[in-house]
Design a protein around this ligand. Structure first.
Ligand code: THU
Length: 147
């Protein structure tokens, strides 16, 4: 997998540390698959998130979306990087729903997957979701076809 564009090493270390710490708050009694996430926002601040499951399974919220929503709720509107940590031998990338949410605020965001081995995923959002639907699509003028 390709490496992401240059990213300050201390920021990256802080992001990864935050994602690893965030997994402790994971609420995953059904899947028993805890996930931690950290997001670097436009202001330079880091926001964390964990997965939050629900007895009504379809309402489970992933760690990445929790982190992005926390950033947005704090007033951020730009996401520069997303880290996802799983306590597994192999790293994981964000699911499709999370990719769509990341696209809204960070179409070019760095995406890093880390785990409990040296394996890692280092990519960018646009590589994960190259032909995404986003705000720009909604800004198009409507043609006569819409009746
Ligand atoms: N999950 C995440 O938090 N992030 C991902 O990228 C994939 C999956 C969560 C959702 C659910 O709580 C559990 O992992 C199993 O799918």
């Amino acid at each position: 997998m390709k490496t992401i564009p240059p990213f300050p090493a201390p920021t990256r270390r802080r992001l990864e540390k935050t994602a690893r710490a965030a997994v402790r708050a994971a609420y995953a009694p059904y899947s028993k698959f805890p996930v931690g996430s950290a997001v670097l926002a436009g202001s330079g601040k880091i926001y964390s998130g964990c997965n939050v499951e629900n007895a009504s399974y379809g309402l489970c919220n992933c760690a990445e979306r929790t982190a992005v929503f926390s950033a947005v709720a704090a007033g951020e509107r730009e996401i520069k990087a997303v880290v996802v940590y799983t306590p597994t031998p192999l790293p994981n990338a964000p699911c499709g729903a999370c990719r769509q949410v990341i696209h809204e605020f960070g179409p070019l965001a760095a995406v890093i997957g880390i785990c409990d081995s040296a394996e890692r995923i280092e990519t960018t959002h646009d590589r994960l979701q190259p032909v995404a639907f986003g705000p720009r699509n909604l800004r198009q003028r409507r043609t006569a076809g819409a009746r």
